[in-house]
Design a protein around this ligand. Sequence first.
Ligand code: ZN
Length: 507
Amino acid sequence: MSRLLRIVLRASRTPLRPTSILYRRAYTTSAAPPPSDDTSPSSSLLIPSYLAQADNSPTDPSSPRGNHKYAIDILEKHIKISENGQEPFKVLFSTLRDACKCPRCVDPHSKQRNFRTTDIPLNIKISECNHTAHGMEVRWTNDIAGYDESHISEYSFDYIFNPDYERYEMTTTGKLRERGLWNKAMLKKFQHWISYEDYMKDDEAFSAAMRRLARHGIIFLKDIPNSRELVEKIATRMGPLRNTFYGSTWDVRTVPEAKNVAYTNQFLNFHMDLMYMNQPPGFQLLHCLENSCDGGESLFSDTFATAFYMYYAQRELFNALTKFNLMYEYNHDQHRYSRKWPVFQTKEMRGKQPDSDSEITIYRVNYSPPFQAPLTRHMINQIRDDEVEINFKALDFFARRLESPEHVFELKLKPGQCVIFENRRVAHARRGFNTSEGRRWLAGAYVDDEDVISKFRELRKAYPDIWRTREEKQREDARISRCNGNDISRLLDPSKTAESLRNWWER
Ligand SMILES: [Zn+2]
């Protein structure tokens, strides 16, 4: 597997994020035994390479890409690809066959595969293999039934070594995308506004707004015509509406004897929506139609900034919240839901050295006290008393920091304005308001995470310059650490100049 990664590093012609390269380069092969013979199993192509290991030999970032020389050897069961005398990458014939995307194997229109992995005979062999301009073409013996000798599989080394799903997750558009963390001062200074007209009609401006949403988790629209229908139009520009028992769109207004605290005029503390569901919505929209009451300001806080701060400054408390599961519930006559989530959901990246800490990336925070279910005896009994105490302490630390004035961005939405925010990143709250005079009416909608991420990817393809990070553009120094530590130091350092802050914000 290490060999795969080595080739990944050297073969990628597409602009991998330098930080990704850093991570891969930093892995070690010392624990991975070298393949001793040709019978060692290799299913490497099916495993995302960031889960695998690579070598720790430096890769020269200045070396020209797309200019490699590959030697191809056909062994008994494997194909071996070597580059300039480096350690080779080996893959089983059957695994390579599985990756064929020729028009016979994958329908060019529907993009559906016309064969099953289980159709591939285990005794499939390569009868012929030749270099092409960007990779190789392969002919088969004992191919899948129905394929004759005219079937030629073509592979670009770029595709084999750097498959799409790998690119997606780690880029600016993926689930593990790099985030720009913020506090009150940062968001106050750089909050992104776009007019309704530009949002709906100017694809480039819309793309830029989506890029801000992907990175910072919150954007604002203004100059929206006064119509209850428009929240749907704004939402469906990103993706299909997420329907729930609240309706495909819904209204936040004061109603008598409200079942949900969001419909009353009390202070509503920081929370995320629908955490009692299996798939809480990814993004939320709130379009202000009326807001003439005294009070009713919207509050937002970046849970990722607090989580990463805890990662660096309070590791024990951070670790506790990655394991502390909280149950959420909604129990009314006609709607009964419950779901358990850990507070922090993280993905571990391999450590830079064999004995060093792993790096992590946070891809979700789950936090919604108003809908929390009791910590039952059953849950408590599963863990020791001292662990329970750490959990409480960690949750308290998280909440206090999240709610502290320097982290809370406050805004009273005006009629004609709309906020869009990432539900499981940006916690939201609302100040109480006085209903004795004036009116307050917000129209809301949700769009699911995967639909918005799909939109991000579509826009990235159409406007690559908007979506590439500065690092990607410059393919610069791989020593820049993954955003998180970097971001935290900048957030905590008040001496940074306005310009350096803006550079960082717009990265
Ligand atoms: Zn094929």
